[in-house]
Every structure is written in structure tokens, then in C-alpha cells.
Ligand binder design. Structure first.
Ligand code: ADP
Ligand code: MG
Length: 260
């Protein structure tokens, strides 16, 4: 049986001032499925991604997040990651003096030690072989692994580093939040080529995007629209096309509160 991520009636608020943002989100993603989450700016898409990751800036006020039938609410972000969940912005910070390769080796070793405290981690030759294989698969230059993590990375390079992390960590479920600003066509292609290469029966993906154009490169089977903290519409790829043509105005008209 494949992995399943189940978001049930999820309500979440900003921890600091208890401002409600998510107001009853229901969504189930199975391994092998590609879901796109769209919606106007400020609708709560990134909040959902943050809550899935376990970001303490948010509090869950109702509902649950189940991974393979078990609640992840009490799990730390790194436990969620070891369980097979991947969030693209997990490690967005620059770490001076740490190369991408070092970082990934530590991540693998931490997982091996979590499984078996006696583990000595991956050997250097095995790790090199793994990295080379993954970089070849993703058509990345081998020198990229020697770069210092996120130090002076362009938008496209950050995305490339995320996709490489995803390839190496082999998650069952990946959540990719496209920050809406500054994602140029180059970065879009890197993300979508990477996702398309890694996509398969073993991986479930939730791609979060404001813009329909990402979906020119990644073909989702399911498209959901978030508005004011709820998923108000769900459909197939045709829903994304409709949004491309009509924008979000009809969503606002249909679901917005009339204020005069
Ligand atoms: P989206 O990703 O769909 O653009 P966000 O999830 O980033 O939307 O934001 C949804 C709403 O919640 C916005 O009004 C935003 O200002 C607010 N919000 C999100 N995170 C915080 C936070 N940490 N503190 C205060 N307000 C927040
Ligand atoms: Mg966002």
C-alpha cells in the first residue's frame, strides 16, 4: 500500500496573535499523484505548506494531518522528513562553509542513525556514487555539489539545490511551494524538469503556485483552488486552464464576502 497524506478539516492560526488563516482544509494525496494547489495571493497556500512542515509560527486549532494514517502534529519537522515527507523550503538558509554535498551527506547520515543508532553512516565512495547518479539523472553539473549551500545562489540555483535534495532524500511525498515572486522561466523549468524526472509511482507531489504557467510544465491530475483558507474548487487540469483564462475574479465573486 502506498503512502497517503490526509489533511482533515484543518484549521490553523498565526501562533503569535491567533489570527485564523486556514479554515477547514480537506485534501488527500496518495503516492503517485500530482496535485496542484492554486489560489490568489494571501489565500493561505504557503501557510498550509508551513503547517505541513510543522512551522511553530502557526498553531493548529482544529482538524488533523495524517501521514499513512498517523497524526504528524506531534512530530518535529525532522521526524516528518525522516518519515518520507519533503518540503522544498525546509532548509532555505545559507550555511557558511557547508557545501551542498556535505549537507546532503549529513542529512543521509542523520536518517541512517535515526533508524539504527549503531550506523556509521554512508561511506564516502557510496555517497559519491549516489550523488553522481542523481546529478546525472537530473542533468546537473557535478561541480554544483561543491557549492556552499545557498551562498550567493540565484533563484534558479536554489531551486536546483532543492530538487537535488529531493532526489537524494527520496521522499514519498513532496510539497513544493513556489514563492510567487522572482521565479523566472529558467527556475520554473528547473523545478518542473526535476519533478517530472523524479515523478513516478513512488512519489506524491503537491505543487503550490499562484500562476498557471508552472502547470504548462508539470501536468497535475488534480487541481485545487484555495480561497480565504479553504479549498473552494477542485477539478482536473482543465480547472487550471480555466484559471489561466479567467483569473481568480470568478472565485472571489462566487465565494467572497460581499462588503459594501
Ligand atoms: P499565500 O501563500 O496563498 O499567498 P499565505 O499563506 O502566505 O498566503 O498568507 C495567508 C494570509 O495569512 C495572509 O493574509 C498573510 O498576511 C497571513 N499570514 C501568513 N503568515 C503569517 C504570519 N506568520 N503572521 C501574520 N500573518 C500571516
Ligand atoms: Mg505563498
Amino acid at each position: 500500500m502506498g503512502a497517503t497524506l490526509e489533511i482533515r478539516n484543518l484549521h490553523a492560526a498565526v501562533a503569535e496573535d491567533h489570527k485564523p488563516i486556514l479554515r477547514g482544509v480537506n485534501l488527500t494525496i496518495k503516492q503517485g499523484e500530482v496535485h496542484a494547489l492554486m489560489g490568489p495571493n494571501g489565500s493561505g497556500k504557503s501557510t498550509l505548506a508551513n503547517v505541513l512542515m510543522g512551522n511553530p509560527a502557526y498553531e493548529i486549532t482544529d482538524g488533523d494531518i495524517l501521514y499513512n494514517g498517523e497524526s504528524v502534529l506531534e512530530m518535529e519537522p525532522d521526524e516528518r522528513s525522516r518519515a518520507g515527507l519533503f518540503l522544498a523550503f525546509q532548509y532555505p538558509v545559507a550555511i557558511p562553509g557547508v557545501t551542498l554535498a556535505n549537507f546532503l551527506r549529513h542529512a543521509i547520515n542523520a536518517r541512517m542513525k535515526a533508524k539504527d543508532p549503531e550506523s556509521k553512516g554512508i561511506s564516502i565512495p557510496d555517497f559519491r556514487r549516489l550523488m553522481r547518479g542523481k546529478m546525472d539523472q537530473l542533468k546537473m553539473d557535478h561541480s554544483f555539489a561543491g557549492r556552499y549551500l545557498n551562498e550567493g545562489f540565484s533563484g534558479g540555483e536554489k531551486k536546483r539545490a532543492e530538487i537535488l535534495q529531493m532526489a537524494v532524500l527520496e521522499p514519498n511525498m513532496a510539497i513544493l511551494d513556489e514563492t510567487d515572486s522572482g521565479l523566472d522561466i529558467d527556475a520554473l523549468r528547473i523545478v518542473s524538469d526535476g519533478v517530472n524526472t523524479l515523478m513516478g509511482p513512488g512519489l506524491g507531489v503537491l505543487v503550490i503556485t499562484h500562476y498557471q504557467r508552472l502547470l504548462n510544465y508539470i501536468k497535475p491530475q488534480y487541481v485545487h483552488v484555495m480561497f480565504e483558507g479553504q479549498l473552494v474548487e477542485s477539478g482536473g487540469a482543465d480547472l487550471a486552464l480555466k484559471l489561466e483564462e479567467t483569473g481568480y475574479d470568478w472565485i472571489r465573486e462566487k465565494y467572497g464576502v460581499v462588503t459594501e
